[in-house]
Write a protein that binds this ligand. Structure first.
Ligand code: LMR
Length: 331
């Protein structure tokens, strides 16, 4: 009798084993932007490639639009392992204590994507990722978004026009100083709250690439958009280090390949997504697009580059020098 029970136990285990072996590894990937953006499209491509190439051994669940975690929550959630992957803006690493990332926020430090890629694809990008490891985070890739525009309910052409405006910013001290350099008042606010903040007048204006401006419907609540291109906004795709290092090596290699290809895709579409979004704002007829004259651009630049020197000790002299060297930037 005992022997029969024992045999039955073995048979049940044998039946269950293949089912258990087929349970996929679930990767939760959370972000704060809308689905019609370069970041979400990049995440979606990663999901597709990861699931296909792992032959179903991996399942990627994407949570867009702050539906799982918001700004101010997501980094901690990643460190705790409540989510496995994120792609926060490079301006959101200060609160984690890795302030060097704010080098990307320095006004006018990149003239174009080519200059930016010399940093993100080069030794500076790799050094910055290494600084995340003691925080339990591994950097996987840099994804582009684009160059920022300013918006408000008054025409903003030169620094004097910003005086006294409350401007929503991301959680970066460099961005706070940028707004102060224009005589305006910076206000840190989670991305998910910006539309309402602008609608109710808690803030008067903001900055973001056109893709975020349009997909969050900010054109419904902002009368003017100035094409300043005064700074860059992009992303670091990051993972919980313990989770990533604990993956079976073949799966980790497959995911690394999927990330590499998704990165090429995301960075290929970013510029067009932003050009199209600016065109869509124009077509909406709700927000007037303001193009600056050469004199106005020069006045903005003169006011904003002061932020570089001011933030030398925060961002790190060496990091700033390495970025200047890569891009050829001269203050
Ligand atoms: C913002 O908070 O303005 C952006 O960083 C959102 C994003 O992830 O693009």
């Amino acid at each position: 009798m005992k022997f029969a029970k024992w045999m039955l136990g073995i048979a049940v285990l044998a039946l269950l084993a293949p089912a258990q072996a087929q349970q996929p590894i679930v990767i939760k990937f959370s972000h704060v932007v809308a689905v019609d953006t370069p970041k979400h499209k990049g995440a979606d491509r990663f999901k597709q490639l990861a699931e296909e190439r792992s032959k179903g051994r991996v399942k990627v669940e994407i949570y867009p639009n702050s539906s799982l975690f918001k700004d101010g929550e997501e980094m901690e959630a990643l460190q705790l392992g409540s989510v496995h992957m994120l792609a926060p803006s490079l301006a959101k690493f200060g609160p984690l204590g890795v302030r060097d990332f704010e080098v990307f926020d320095l006004p006018y430090v990149f003239d174009n994507y080519e200059e930016l890629h010399k940093v993100t694809h080069g030794p500076v990008g790799a050094t910055l990722f290494r600084k995340l490891e003691p925080k339990g985070i591994v950097g996987l890739a840099y994804w582009d978004n684009g160059f920022k525009v300013m918006s408000a309910n008054r025409s903003i052409r030169s620094p004097a026009d910003y005086k006294g405006l409350k401007m929503r910013i991301q959680s970066s001290k460099v961005l706070g100083d940028e707004i102060k350099a224009l005589g305006a008042i910076p206000q840190v606010m989670a991305f998910s709250e910006v539309y309402q903040g602008l609608q109710t007048g808690v803030v008067d204006g903001t900055e973001n690439p056109p893709s975020n401006f349009y997909t969050q419907k900010m054109h419904e609540v902002q009368k003017f958009l100035a094409v300043t291109n005064h700074g860059y906004l992009g992303y670091a795709v990051i993972a919980n280090k313990k989770f990533w290092d604990g993956l079976p090596p073949d799966i980790r290699a497959t995911l690394g390949g999927a990330m590499k290809d998704a990165t090429v895709y995301a960075n290929d579409i970013a510029k067009k997504e932003n050009d199209d979004a600016l065109e869509a704002v124009r077509k909406s007829g709700k927000t007037q697009i303001v193009s600056l004259t050469a004199e106005e651009k020069a006045a903005m630049r003169k006011a904003l580059v002061t932020v570089h020197k001011e933030n030398e000790s925060r961002v790190g002299k060496e990091t700033i020098a390495a970025v200047y060297q890569a891009t050829g930037f001269k203050p």
